[in-house]
Design a protein around this ligand. Structure first.
Ligand SMILES: [Zn+2]
Ligand SMILES: [Zn+2]
Length: 272
């Protein structure tokens, strides 16, 4: 078993560019042994559209069942969901759940966490008096309960609030308030013993130099006995398994001895 596994991908059922079958063929081409699609859940946020709905959900699951049989001799396929912390459909019937915080709620208002650099500036100004650290504290406080609320097996992009912060343009992730908020959130999640994904999505999509979680957070996670799984958060076929060899090297360098892979019997270890 090579253990090349990617469980975070999106298709035209939500905001991805390619069909389920297109992504499965690309996954086979990329040499993946295990592949999962994880469409976005519907949420209670009024302006959040384009996700799985009660109507499209059965079609998505049926399509994944069809593809699983069609390509059974080439790849192990799983049908997952990326359940938002504010998701309002039960995540039943899926092979696995990724739990993600895409929104914060402050002063009765919902805001995207990663709404572009200008969007994040506007959120900080309007809701937090221009204090980015208060914004980040709110995000990590929300994220702290993501596993308990979504019942996920995998925690998605743990430090999403850092997405548009290349070169510290918005805030400094070594600031004591940022670090304290992130560590406190990580500690809460660790009590639930869920996996953290090492997600290269923003490296592919917006050219970020670093994965989620940042390297200093991965080191903390390793020291605290956390478990990790690689994911690309691919919204197009070309992003599948992006920079996975580099991520394996990084994981080794911060102390991890293995990463996880999903099998029909559950999560298993792959030695690094
Ligand atoms: Zn996400
Ligand atoms: Zn995603």
């Amino acid at each position: 078993m090579t253990g090349l596994c990617d469980l975070h991908a999106h298709t035209t059922y939500c905001d991805g560019a390619d069909s389920c079958e297109g992504m499965v063929l690309a996954a086979i081409e990329a040499g993946l042994e295990v592949f999962g699609i994880s469409e976005h859940s519907r949420t209670s946020v009024p302006f959040d559209t384009g996700n799985l709905t009660a109507e499209s959900l059965p079609r998505y699951l049926a399509e994944m069942r069809r593809l699983r049989e069609k390509y059974a001799d080439k790849i192990t396929l799983f049908a997952g969901i990326e359940q938002d912390r504010l998701g309002d459909m039960p995540a039943d019937g899926f092979d696995y759940v990724i739990g993600s915080t895409h929104f914060i709620e402050e002063k009765g208002e919902f805001r995207f966490v990663d709404d572009g650099r200008d969007g994040q500036r506007e959120t900080a100004d309007r809701l937090f008096g221009g204090d980015f650290y208060a914004f980040a504290e709110k995000y990590f406080e929300t994220e702290a309960s993501v596993a308990r609320v979504t019942h996920c097996g995998i925690v998605g992009h743990f430090d999403l609030v850092n997405k548009n912060n290349e070169n510290g343009l918005l805030f400094d992730t070594s600031h004591p308030r940022y670090r304290a908020a992130a560590i406190s959130s990580m500690s809460e999640i660790l009590k639930t013993q869920r996996l953290f994904e090492v997600n290269t999505g923003a490296m592919y999509r917006v050219g970020r130099g670093e994965q989620y979680p940042q390297t200093w957070l991965l080191r903390e996670l390793s020291e605290r006995g956390g478990e990790v799984i690689l994911s690309s958060d691919a919204h197009a076929a070309g992003a599948l398994a992006y920079k996975f060899p580099e991520m394996e090297e990084l994981l080794r360098s911060v102390g991890f001895k293995h990463r996880k892979v999903l099998t029909p019997q559950g999560f298993a270890d792959i030695k690094l």
